[in-house]
Ligand binder design. Structure first.
Ligand code: SP5
Ligand code: ZN
Length: 342
């Protein structure tokens, strides 16, 4: 399997996030991608290739144009406003406030285009976002051109980003962009299987009223876990999308036995749906040693995930999402991919 990777991810570094009342170094850090790349090399998964540059038209097929146009402007506007540390929002247009008037101040626009304070900007952030998008589209093209599978080693991740909001370390929803791109290349139906520990709220929001992209999410119950405000089992899609969204919320402490039963059910639904391609939002923060998560999957479980997905016998694009146990992130991620290859 080919891997697409860009070194430009590394400019998105030295971020901060608010955890339990304290600003702490961001869990979503450059070493994540470097450990995965090193494991792709040591396991000889296949060639590692650079992305091709794309314009932003594919991003604007799933995101609002004004949102996408805002992203490259953030850092320079933040600096011009006299700040030097990471750009983070602190105020949001929640219920009872005006969400229809776009403010001028950058700190307010950050809140306008986000659902949390978990998507910081530093100097290299836009170039990293853009490279991650290019990585996803370049890997998607490999699959569209007949490869059985490809690995988009995206950083930053994407599945929390919705049509007009960032959050949870995510800015452009790489998996959603790729799904729409497959549709635009002629695929009739596409499935997105999100195995990240956190609910992929952005992906769900983007496709919620559509029947041409099936979305399946395995995650920790939002009653107790981030992103808290979406991801319940009764969210099944609406209008033309009714019945095409499937959530599998599971409790903290979930191990392979329960998690793999959900995976089996999701895979059976994919087979019933009959897509032309499947996109795996590949987070490995389900790992027992993940520093921000509460599931208990073991490194030996990850190849079994890949094996089960291979059993779908569908063209498959793996898109990197979360996973914060950096020492094992390469082992677990590449474990899925080598398990897929059998
Ligand atoms: C892509 C992805 O996995 N995004 C996850 C964003 C999670 N943001 C909330 C982090 C909360 C961290 N809580 C730390 C608890 C430490 N015990
Ligand atoms: Zn996650």
């Amino acid at each position: 399997m080919k891997t697409i990777f860009s070194p430009l991810h590394a400019g998105h570094s030295d971020t901060l996030e608010l955890v339990a009342g304290e600003l702490v170094p961001g869990f979503e850090k450059p070493s994540r991608a470097e450990f995965i790349k090193a494991r792709v090399e040591s396991e000889r998964l296949g060639p590692i290739l650079p992305p091709e540059a794309h314009d932003l038209s594919a991003a604007k097929r799933v995101h609002a144009a004004d949102y996408i146009d805002f992203l490259p402007t953030v850092w320079s506007a933040w600096e011009a406003a006299g700040h030097s540390g990471p750009a983070l929002p602190f105020v949001w247009p929640t219920r009872g406030l005006r969400g229809d008037v776009r403010p001028h101040a950058t700190e307010a626009r950050l809140g306008f285009y986000s659902f949390d304070g978990g998507a910081p900007f530093v100097q290299g952030t836009w170039d990293a976002i853009k490279s991650s998008y290019d990585v996803a589209l370049t890997a998607a093209a490999l699959v569209n051109n007949g490869e059985r599978a490809a690995f988009a080693l995206c950083r930053p991740p994407g599945h929390h980003a919705g049509s007009a909001f960032m959050g949870g370390y995510c800015y452009i929803n790489n998996a959603a962009v790729a799904a729409q791109w497959f549709r635009d290349q002629g695929a009739a139906r596409v499935s997105i299987l999100d195995v990240d520990y956190h609910h992929g709220n952005g992906t769900q929001e983007i496709f919620y009223a559509r029947g041409d992209v099936q979305v399946l999410n395995l995650h920790c119950d939002p009653l107790t876990e981030y992103p808290f405000f979406l991801g319940h089992a009764d969210e099944r899609g609406q209008d033309a999308g009714e019945g095409f969204n499937h959530n599998y919320p599971m409790p903290a402490g979930t191990t392979w036995e329960r998690w793999s039963a959900a995976l089996d059910d999701a895979c059976a639904r994919i087979t019933d749906y009959g897509p032309d391609a499947v996109i795996v939002s590949l987070g490995v923060d389900t790992f027992e040693k993940d520093p921000i998560s509460e599931f208990k999957l073991k490194s030996s479980d990850y190849p079994l995930i890949g094996r089960r997905i291979a059993g779908l016998s569908l063209p498959t694009l793996f898109v990197m999402e979360g996973g914060y146990a950096v020492e094992e992130i390469g082992i677990n991620t590449v474990g899925v991919l080598t398990g897929f290859e059998g």
